[in-house]
Design a protein around this ligand. Structure first.
Ligand code: EGV
Length: 375
């Protein structure tokens, strides 16, 4: 088998992450892989009971309770409980959205940078995409030219990998512009549980604006559940897209076993677990900064980032070369070029570190990185 650097075809981020999946020191993908808390272990120990209980309950009741519990955790009290489409993953929600959108428009504005499966899913369904810089999260002002030329504006908040959050006033302003221009506003909030600044009531702002909106929520970044998770696709009553039909083409239901687990995990998170998780991520971020503190030329470009990944800028060094040297030591980070889907060179000197790991692994990985960079 050929190794990464001998491949001539550009890899997407998930292909980079796949290279790390079976290695001892995978700090590459953004999926949570830290040890379970005591309370989480107890919930897992109840799995046989949860499983048999599912056979005695209506799926709709389990789903409603789990969604309510998740929305309560991330403080979204105005979410429309009757317009929630459950998906195996948030990427499935994005695929459904993209397929529905192309029936009405073939142009979409998308945040830049962001995780590359979003542009790939949109393009893969025949959409043309135009980049929007994170500056709009400060100005709250979409360029007229964008509003005239696209049928959808797709934003990730907090953004992956920068952690940049779209504040309430700016969301209200952008939603008003979308309403005026009859543009669909789609938000991906998969990382919102890590950052309370992304937990003001988005659904109230969106509903009050009157715009056509779509929201994508996810439990897949929060708990180390070996990929048991649910993505959620919510929409305004006036969205005018075939979302429910396309959703029905793809699935009947997410497992009620997963939904009941989400219910129990979200309950535990809301009563203290999420505070512990925030502390764990903050601690791991500190380890990254400390272990790399004495390496000349390094910087952390996204100082405000609260989500479960951190980006380090390597100065003049090539991220892929450093990645290769780390790979030789079985340590896997994520090169950032592909996040910059419209200008890959902007990520050529950046590596992303996943913080959703046990602290010992983060320290070990960062010591290896420090050694590689000091040679
Ligand atoms: C991250 C990967 C795909 C995504 C990983 C991710 N999903 N490719 N459908 O979940 O930051 O590592 O978001």
């Amino acid at each position: 088998m050929s190794i990464a650097t001998t491949d001539t075809v550009e890899k997407n981020l998930t292909e980079w992450e796949l290279l790390a999946l079976n290695s001892e020191l995978n700090v590459s993908d953004g999926h949570p892989r830290q040890s379970l808390s005591v309370a989480q272990s107890r919930i897992i120990a109840e799995l046989p009971e949860i499983f048999s209980q599912c056979g005695r309950e209506h799926p709709a009741d389990i789903e409603r309770e789990a969604v309510r519990r998740y929305m309560n955790l991330v403080k979204q009290s105005s979410y429309p409980a009757d317009r929630v489409l459950l998906c195996y993953a948030s990427s499935v929600a994005m695929e459904i959205l993209a397929r529905a959108l192309v029936m009405e428009t073939n142009r979409c504005a998308l945040l830049h940078p962001t995780f590359d499966n979003i542009p790939d899913l949109l393009r893969g369904n025949g959409m043309e995409i135009v980049p929007l810089s994170e500056e709009v999260y400060e100005t709250g002002d979409l360029p007229d030219e964008v509003l005239r030329n696209v049928g959808c504006v797709f934003l990730t908040t907090p953004n992956n990998p920068t952690g940049k959050v779209l504040p309430e006033l700016q969301l209200a302003s952008i939603a008003a512009q979308c309403r005026e221009a009859d543009v669909v506003l789609a938000l991906d909030t998969c990382f919102r549980s890590f950052d309370t600044r992304a937990q003001y009531d988005h659904y109230r702002v969106l509903e009050e604006s009157g715009c056509r909106w779509v929201m994508i929520e996810d439990t897949g970044k929060i708990w180390p559940m070996h990929e048991l998770k649910v993505g959620m696709l919510l929409h305004s009553a006036n969205v005018g897209l075939n979302l429910a039909k396309i959703h029905s083409d793809i699935l009947l239901a997410v497992s009620p076993v997963i939904m009941r687990m989400v219910d129990r995990l979200a309950e535990d998170a809301a009563s203290g677990g999420i505070t512990d998780l925030h502390a764990h991520i903050a601690h791991n971020r500190t380890i990254v900064h400390q272990e790399l503190a004495n390496i000349p030329g390094l910087s952390f470009p996204y100082a405000d980032n609260m989500i479960s990944v951190e980006v380090v800028d390597l100065g003049g060094r090539s991220a892929e070369e450093v990645w290769e040297k780390l790979r030789a030591r079985n340590v896997f980070l994520l090169p950032c070029e592909a996040f910059y889907w419209d200008a890959p060179e902007q990520g050529a000197h950046q590596l992303r570190i996943s913080l959703a790991r046990d602290s010992g692994r983060i320290r070990w990985a960062m010591q290896s990185l420090a050694e590689v960079l000091s040679r």
